[in-house]
Design a protein around this ligand. Structure first.
Ligand SMILES: [Zn+2]
Ligand SMILES: [Zn+2]
Length: 295
């Protein structure tokens, strides 16, 4: 712990380049938040709020089951089509591309809660672990060596390069849907602008903060079942917000497992969904925790 505390010194923060903003990312991130204020003008409707929730859950699944459990950790197998579906849907969450995301996450597992961990709340503080690292200049590059088993896929490379395109397409789709509903189902009380605000801006901002709680809160608050070398925690609230990623101490102890809730009471919706998909042959070879964990 003393090593961790030393690592939070101002000198080390300067050495790590923290405080230097990656301006393009920071401006996009800020604009996404500011755009949520358009809700004052657009108002709300049941269909718009439900669309917001559906796009939160669907894209959170693509981030957790796709970016995290498939791309970063290879905890199960699937075909090229479903892999692309997960990669594309995950990229609409506007958290950069699958290669960038996976490389940074693999780096997190290599250096968890040390001075080299870009988003440790112990060494960097809560703000930087939650948001600051994402906006920092030193997190802009992708370490391709860390994702050498993913760079062979041309579609993943393409999505990573043009990561802005899928979110823009989703934004356009929500606007188009709202415009069509306004015209053909006026009783729903929605519009293009309203669906854009709820379905894209608010939903995506909620997704940012939902996903980022794994980096911030799940390394600070919760129980530690396993005495790992880091400060990872099992946190029910984070697990509910992220469809199962809150069992983070379990995950750091045995990251090769597809399921992160190791017991039936550890709610892991991504795991249930992947199990369901395995019955239909969409995914297979789901890696389980070793039997010795349950002795
Ligand atoms: Zn972690
Ligand atoms: Zn992980």
């Amino acid at each position: 712990m003393s090593q961790l505390l030393r690592a939070s010194s101002p000198q080390l923060k300067r050495e790590n380049g923290l405080g230097k903003l990656d301006y393009p990312t920071a401006v996009q991130f800020l604009c996404m938040h500011a755009a949520c204020l358009l809700v004052i003008w657009s108002g709300a409707s049941v269909v718009a709020v439900l669309t917001c929730l559906a796009l939160y859950v669907g894209r959170m699944f693509a981030i957790t089951a796709g970016f995290h459990r498939l791309f970063a950790h290879r905890t199960y197998s699937t075909g090229r089509l479903f892999q692309f579906v997960l990669a594309f849907t995950g990229t609409t969450a506007y958290q950069k591309g699958p290669l960038w995301w996976s490389a940074h996450h693999r780096s997190h597992h290599l250096h968890t809660d040390t001075a080299h961990d870009l988003h440790s709340p112990l060494t960097r503080g809560l703000w930087r672990s939650h948001i600051g690292w994402f906006l920092a200049r030193d997190s802009r590059a992708t370490d391709r060596v860390l994702v050498s088993n993913l760079t062979k896929y041309r579609d993943l490379r393409w999505l990573d390069r043009f990561y802005v395109l899928p979110p823009v397409l989703l934004a356009a789709a929500t606007f188009l849907l709202g415009t069509l509903l306004q015209r053909y189902a006026p009783g729903l009380g929605t519009s293009g602008g309203q669906m854009l605000v709820w379905g894209f801006f608010i939903s995506t901002v909620l997704l940012y903060h939902g996903t980022f709680t794994v980096n911030s809160l799940a390394h600070l608050f919760g129980r530690r079942r396993f005495a790992t070398d880091d400060n990872s925690r099992n946190n029910l609230l984070v697990a509910l917000l992220t469809l199962g990623e809150g069992w983070h101490n379990n995950h750091h102890y045995y990251p090769a497992s597809e399921r992160q809730g190791f017991y039936w009471w550890e709610v892991d919706i991504s795991h249930y969904t992947l199990r369901l998909l395995s019955w239909f042959g969409v995914v297979w070879d789901l890696h389980t925790p070793p039997a010795k964990l349950y002795l």
